[in-house]
Each structure stands twice: as structure tokens, then as C-alpha cells.
Design a protein around this ligand. Structure first.
Ligand code: ADP
Ligand code: MG
Length: 243
């Protein structure tokens, strides 16, 4: 197994509030990792620290052998290798679907319009949204918007995609189509780190499950271990809420 990311002693505070306390996490190529835990436990802050949307207060993030927190590290370049899918889609509402999926490819990766369009269409096809290529985001359902956001993320050919509760803002009837899309991607060998409250999905799709509580990784293991025989009392208490 090759580590894409190795996170050591990661810390993040907001003022006096220590939100991440000594986090250790390795993400290996092709792995699907689910992160579960109560609201406020630091899950989003962890993802946002990994892609440096938040500046960590301490620790290291080793990407392909280099600490991204070292002075002089090329952060914009690093970010192009990490995809991010947010709860709130973050599509450009003034652009149509295919323009949304092409934008980063053209501006950041310097692809030609022609090549970006080809890749965008392939990926819209993968998420079942090719026939909406010319639609505006406002014409789409939440589930459709999120599938476009996923197509946009994979079009950047990232080493890993970080998903922060990708289905939490959706009406219940749209959750399934997005989870199915993500499951399809997982099966293609894409490396994925997914914050989710969808326990059945986490159990089915993940190679590894991380349970966060109050800024620490309280327990981690295979889906069988975490869902089948959790060791920590706080993991049990958290999971009992989903029964
Ligand atoms: P989760 O995603 O697990 O619900 P978060 O990472 O969003 O948790 O939040 C963890 C804690 O960090 C919360 O107490 C939250 O109030 C705090 N926090 C998150 N972002 C900020 C911020 N930008 N400024 C101050 N506090 C923040
Ligand atoms: Mg969150």
C-alpha cells in the first residue's frame, strides 16, 4: 500500500477552542475511508485542515513524502491534487452544467476547451448527468447538483477526493442517487475520504471507518469492527442513535 497522505499530530484550535487534538491518519491509494461522529466533533475541520482551507495549528501533513506545512511548499499545486465535495454543492449558478465541470480544468489545469469538454462529458456520463450538460444549476434537483459537483471533482483527476456530508443537504428521496454515484466511484479505485451520517453506506463502501469524538479519533477499524463490535463506549453510544 502506498500512502498518499500521512497526517501526524495534527492540531487545530480556534482561539481557546482546541478542535483537533493530535490526529493521526494515513490515507492509502485506492482506500475509501468514512469518518463518522457527532456534530461538533471536528470532522469538517479535519477535512478543511487537510486541504488547507484551515491552517493547522500544529503537526504535519505528508503528501507523497513532503510536509505540506513546510515553508515554501507549493500549496496551490497541492490543492489541485485534492478534490472536495461539499454539503452545499458550491456550483457556479451563472454557468451551465458542463461549464461548471470544465472551469477548473481550463483555469487551473490549463486544459484546452476541447479537451476539458471531452473529459467533462465523460464524467457527466459517469454520474448520469450528461443529458443535463446545458442546463443551469437552478434547473436541477439537489441530488442532480451534487452529482454535477462530483463530476467536477473527478474531472480534476485528483489523487483523493474529500467529501463533507455530501448528502446531508438533500431531500431524503435524493440521497440514494448520490450514494450510488459515490459507490460507483469507489469501485473504480478512486481514493475517497467521506464524512457521512449514512451508516449503511459507510458499512458497505468503506475499507476503514474512523469514529471522531471531541477532536480525537476515538476508534478506527474495518466496517465490521466499528459497526459489528465497537470497542469504545463512546462509539457504542454514538452508533446506538442510528438503530
Ligand atoms: P463537525 O464537522 O464534526 O460537525 P466542525 O469541524 O464543523 O465539526 O466543528 C468542530 C468545532 O470547531 C465546533 O465547536 C465549531 O464551533 C468549531 N469551529 C469550526 N469552524 C470554526 C471557525 N471557522 N471558527 C471558530 N470555530 C470553529
Ligand atoms: Mg461538519
Amino acid at each position: 500500500m502506498t500512502a498518499i497522505l500521512e497526517i501526524n499530530h495534527l492540531k487545530k484550535s480556534f482561539g481557546d477552542n482546541e478542535v483537533l487534538k493530535d490526529i493521526h491518519l494515513t490515507v492509502n491509494t485506492g482506500e475509501v475511508i468514512s469518518i463518522i461522529g457527532s456534530s461538533g466533533s471536528g470532522k469538517s475541520t479535519m477535512l478543511r485542515s487537510i486541504n488547507l482551507l484551515e491552517k493547522p495549528s500544529g503537526g504535519e501533513i505528508i503528501y507523497k513524502g513532503e510536509n505540506v506545512l513546510e515553508k515554501g511548499f507549493d500549496i496551490p499545486q497541492y490543492r489541485t491534487h485534492l478534490g472536495m465535495v461539499f454539503q452545499s454543492f458550491n456550483l457556479f449558478n451563472n454557468m451551465n452544467v458542463i461549464e461548471n465541470v470544465m472551469a477548473g480544468q481550463v483555469t487551473v489545469l490549463k486544459k484546452s476547451q476541447e479537451e476539458a469538454r471531452k473529459i467533462a462529458l465523460e464524467n457527466l456520463e459517469k454520474v448520469g448527468m450528461a443529458r443535463f450538460a446545458n442546463a443551469k444549476p437552478a434547473q436541477l434537483s439537489g441530488g442532480q447538483k451534487q452529482r454535477v459537483a462530483i463530476a467536477r471533482a473527478i474531472s480534476m483527476n485528483p489523487d483523493v477526493i474529500l467529501f463533507d456530508e455530501p448528502t446531508s443537504a438533500l431531500d431524503p428521496e435524493m440521497v440514494g442517487e448520490v450514494l450510488q454515484t459515490m459507490q460507483g466511484l469507489a469501485e473504480t479505485g478512486l481514493t475517497m475520504v467521506i464524512v457521512t451520517h449514512e451508516m449503511e453506506f459507510a458499512r458497505d463502501v468503506s475499507d476503514r471507518v474512523i469514529f471522531m469524538d471531541k477532536g480525537v479519533i476515538a476508534e478506527e477499524g474495518s466496517p465490521e469492527e466499528i459497526f459489528g463490535s465497537p470497542k469504545e463506549e463512546r462509539t457504542k453510544a454514538f452508533l446506538s442513535r442510528f438503530l
